[in-house]
Design a binder for this molecule. Structure first.
Ligand SMILES: [Zn+2]
Ligand SMILES: [Zn+2]
Length: 338
C-alpha cells in the first residue's frame, strides 16, 4: 500500500532479517480482510507508507533465530497478528491485546501480502496437516475473534445462544457455540444466503428483516430469553435486540464496531434481569492453539470460509479489495497464495 485510495503495487523488497527470538516464514497463504480495505480507504491510519498489507498469514518456517527452541525449519505455522512485548503486565497475564507496545502486522508492521515475513517465534502457532494454509490464515482473524467473544460470554454446556449477524465472524460463532455445548443457537441476519449457511452449521435461522427477531427467539424458546447473545454487527437496532433477547442473568457480548451510541434503560434492561453487557476486543495469543484444535477436529468447518484463491498479483489483489469496499464481490473470503 503506497497511499490512501491508491491501488496496491507490486514492489521488490529485501527478505526480512530475523533476530535471535524470531522466525522467518515463507508465506503460503494470506487472507484479504475487510480491515485491509479500511486501511486502504484511510478509515484506519497506517503507521507508515509504503507498507505491506495482510494480517491473516500461514506458511512454513524457513529460518529460525539462534534462541528459538520450540519450532523447527519446515514446520507449518499460522501467525498471531498482534506482536506484543511479551514482558509487560498485560502480556504476562495473558491479555496481550492490551500490551502498550503491541503492533499489528499489515497495519503497524509489514504484513503478509508477500513471499516472506519475520515474526517473533511465539507468534507462530503450529498448523496441523489437516488444516490447509488458506484456512489456517483466515482462522487467525474472524474465527479467532468469535472464539474470544464466546470465551468472554462464559458460555456453558446446555445454554442457549443468539448470534446477531452471521457473516464471517457469525458463521464461526455458530459452530463454536455448538462446540462449547450450546443446545440451541439462533442466527439472526437479513441475508437469506448467510442464514442458510448458518442453518447448515446447526443454527436456527431468523430473518430480522421480516419480523422482530426477539419475539421469534422467545417464541421458539418457550417464551424465554437466551443465555448469551453475541452482537457482531455494531448497529443500534441489533445491539438493542441482543440486549432484549437474553433472559435473566443473560450475557450480551458486543463485538461489532459501532459508530453510533445507544440509549439504555438500566433498570428494566440490565438491573432487573441481572444482565451483563460485555465488551470483546480482538483475541489472544493463548487462545489460538485451542481454536486450531477445534478446526482440526472439524468442530469448526473451515471449508465454507474460503471461496477464492488468487496469486500474489497487484491487479488481482486490487480487485479483491475493491469488491470488499463496495460489497460487489460474492466471495466470502479471498486468499492470496503466493
Ligand atoms: Zn482480518
Ligand atoms: Zn506487553
Amino acid at each position: 500500500m503506497t497511499g490512501i485510495n491508491q491501488p496496491v503495487q507490486m514492489m521488490e523488497v529485501p527478505i526480512p532479517e530475523i533476530g535471535p527470538k524470531d522466525v522467518l516464514v515463507k508465506i503460503k497463504a494470506a487472507g484479504i480482510c475487510h480491515s485491509d480495505a479500511h486501511y486502504l480507504a484511510g478509515i484506519s491510519k497506517q503507521s507508515f507508507l509504503p507498507i505491506t498489507l495482510g494480517h491473516e498469514v500461514a506458511g512454513v518456517i524457513e529460518k529460525i533465530g539462534a534462541e528459538v527452541k520450540n519450532l523447527k525449519i519446515g514446520e507449518r505455522v499460522c501467525l498471531h497478528y498482534n506482536i506484543s512485548c511479551g514482558e509487560c503486565h498485560y502480556c504476562l497475564t495473558g491479555n496481550d491485546q492490551f500490551c502498550p507496545e503491541a503492533k499489528m502486522i499489515g497495519h503497524h508492521l509489514d504484513g503478509g501480502y508477500a513471499e516472506y515475513i519475520a515474526v517473533p517465534a511465539r507468534n507462530a502457532i503450529r498448523l496441523p496437516e489437516e488444516i490447509s494454509f488458506e484456512a489456517g490464515a483466515t482462522l487467525m482473524c474472524a474465527s479467532a475473534t468469535s472464539f474470544h467473544a464466546l470465551l468472554k460470554s462464559r458460555i456453558r454446556p446446555g445454554e442457549k445462544a443468539a448470534v446477531f449477524g452471521v457473516g464471517g465472524l457469525g458463521q464461526s460463532a455458530v459452530q463454536l457455540a455448538k462446540a462449547f455445548g450450546a443446545t440451541e443457537v439462533f442466527a439472526v441476519d437479513i441475508n437469506d444466503e448467510k442464514l442458510r449457511l448458518a442453518e447448515k452449521h446447526g443454527a436456527i435461522p431468523i430473518n430480522g428483516k421480516e419480523k422482530n427477531p426477539v419475539e421469534d427467539i422467545k417464541k421458539l424458546n418457550n417464551g424465554k430469553g437466551v443465555d448469551i447473545a453475541l452482537e457482531l454487527i455494531g448497529l443500534p437496532i441489533t445491539q438493542k435486540q441482543a440486549i432484549a433477547s437474553v433472559g435473566p442473568m443473560g450475557r450480551v457480548v458486543f463485538v461489532g464496531l459501532a459508530e453510533k451510541t445507544i440509549e439504555l434503560d438500566t433498570y428494566r434492561e440490565v438491573l432487573a434481569n441481572e444482565a451483563e453487557l460485555i465488551g470483546s476486543n480482538d483475541h489472544l495469543l493463548s487462545e489460538l492453539p485451542l481454536l486450531i484444535d477445534f478446526a482440526k477436529n472439524k468442530s469448526l468447518d473451515t471449508a465454507n470460509i474460503i471461496s477464492k484463491t488468487i496469486p500474489l498479483d497487484a491487479d488481482a489483489i486490487n480487485l479483491a479489495l475493491k469488491e470488499l469496499s463496495d460489497y460487489s464481490g460474492a466471495a466470502v473470503r479471498t486468499v492470496i497464495v503466493p
